[in-house]
Every structure is written in C-alpha cells, then in structure tokens.
Design a protein around this ligand. Structure first.
Ligand code: FES
Length: 254
C-alpha cells in the first residue's frame, strides 16, 4: 500500500522497508487496521494518528475524517433548517396573544387594555394631583373652593408629569415663553411642551392641543368646602364626561 502517512510519528526512514505483518503485508499495526477497514483519503493516502495512550493500539486511537455529505444529505439539512425557521416564526407570531404576565404588558389599546396598562405603571403617579391656587385675576383670592383647581399629574399626551408654572420663563427659547409678559400661569408639561389652560385644563399649546376631544384636556378633581371652610375633594367619577380618565382626557364644557 502506497501513500501511507503516519501523523505524529516519525514514520519509516528513507530506503527502509516497513515491517511486515503476519499476512505478509507491510506497515505498522495501526496502518494495517486502517487499511483493512478501507478508510483512506482520496488519492489513496491513509492518515494515522498516534495513540492517546502510549503503547495502546486500540482502534479508537485512529482518526479518519468523515466522508463529505452527499447532495441528498445537504438537501435534507436545508429542509430541516427551513422547517425550523417556519416553526420559530409561527411561535413568534403567537407571542402577542400569550398572557406573559402584567409586567410585560405595555401596550395601550381602547377599553380594557388601557385600564390594564394603568395597573402596571407606578400607581402613585396615577393618583397624584397638583393643587393650584389660582392667580388673583382668575379668582384666587376667594375664600372657597373656587380659588383652587386640582389637575392630574399625568399628561394626556405621553404621560409625563406637568407642573403649574406661575411665572413667565426668562428664556425666550423656553417652552411657554411669551413676549412682554411677567406671568405664565399655565399648567405645562416639560416633555414635549403641552400647555394646559388654567383653570379649565384644556390643552392650548403643544402636542396635547392637537389631540381630538376628549384627549385634549387634563383630568381634574372636583373641589368643595365644608361648613368649617375646609377644602374637600368630591368623590371622583372617572369617565370622560366628569373628572376624566387618568392619562387619557375628559370633555371640557366651553
Ligand atoms: S408627555 Fe406631556 S407633552 Fe408629551
């Protein structure tokens, strides 16, 4: 047998005949086993690796590269891969319909979905209101509940927290700035510049003002005073025709 290449061993020296086996054929014991198994590289070259354990000559110590895949095997492999892709795609398309738990739910949709979203965000934010004493020119010096408004702290645009800003910004580039004014007196959202008019709570500037009613007015509480002059909060009715829907809006009677 020609073309035998021992790997990791010194092999036979030039001009030296390899030892014969009992059948009269030449080569080492490992070469003989490989030859008998008919495993050789194209071109007749047999590769023999040395034993892992010195002195061992078991068949597990010989490595013969596997034959290349046939065209049928390649085609079958591609089919399996395509099937896997289709299966994964089908699973992903079903993912939105699986109840993963409220911690993964952040989509806003009409009705029930909207209420579910409220429960997953910081509840404190959704129960916060800003009590504002109106400026004098709007009746803020009255001794009853009409001197106050209480707006929701959740902007109806994208749920940032607006603040009442009584003073005119000094920076002309700042949101809400108007020339030749000393007062601002609006409820304004720092995120995208929505400005709600006081005391109605209707958006008069910014993205919230472009939303259709009832999503263009901030929800608010109904205030009253008791016989002792204490300020009271009436039990809210959370729909768009009364105190509004938090983070959504309410209808404003104009
Ligand atoms: S979240 Fe308030 S203006 Fe966008």
């Amino acid at each position: 047998m020609e073309g035998v290449t021992p790997v990791g061993s010194e092999g036979n020296k030039a001009g030296e005949s390899p030892p014969s086996d009992t059948s009269g054929r030449t080569g080492t014991e490992e070469e003989r086993k490989v030859r008998e198994a008919g495993q050789m590289r194209p071109g007749g070259q047999v590769v023999v690796f040395p034993s892992k354990t010195a002195g061992s000559s078991s068949s597990s110590s010989s490595y013969v590269p596997p034959p290349p895949p046939t065209p049928q095997q390649i085609t079958a492999g591609r089919r399996r891969f395509v099937k896997l892709l289709v299966g994964v795609g089908a699973l992903l398309s079903l993912a939105p319909y699986v109840p993963w738990g409220t911690f993964l739910s952040n989509s806003v949709s009409a009705g029930k979905g909207y209420v579910r979203q409220q429960a997953t965000v910081n509840k404190d934010t959704f129960v916060k209101f800003e009590l504002i004493r109106l400026p004098t020119e709007l009746g803020g010096d009255a001794k009853d509940a009409t001197a106050f408004v209480a707006f929701s702290k959740v902007c109806v645009h994208l749920w940032c927290s607006p603040n009442y800003n009584p003073d005119q910004p000094t920076n002309p580039n700042e949101n809400g700035y108007k020339p030749n004014q000393s007062k601002h007196e609006q409820y304004e959202c720092p995120c995208h510049g929505s400005i709600y008019k006081v005391p109605q709570g209707l958006a008069i500037d910014g993205p919230a003002s472009f939303q259709a009613p009832p999503t263009n007015a901030i929800p608010m509480l109904t205030l009253s005073t008791d016989s002792n002059g204490f300020l009271m909060v009436e039990k809210p009715v959370w729909d768009v025709n009364h105190n509004g829907v938090l983070g959504y809006g309410r209808y404003v009677q104009q």
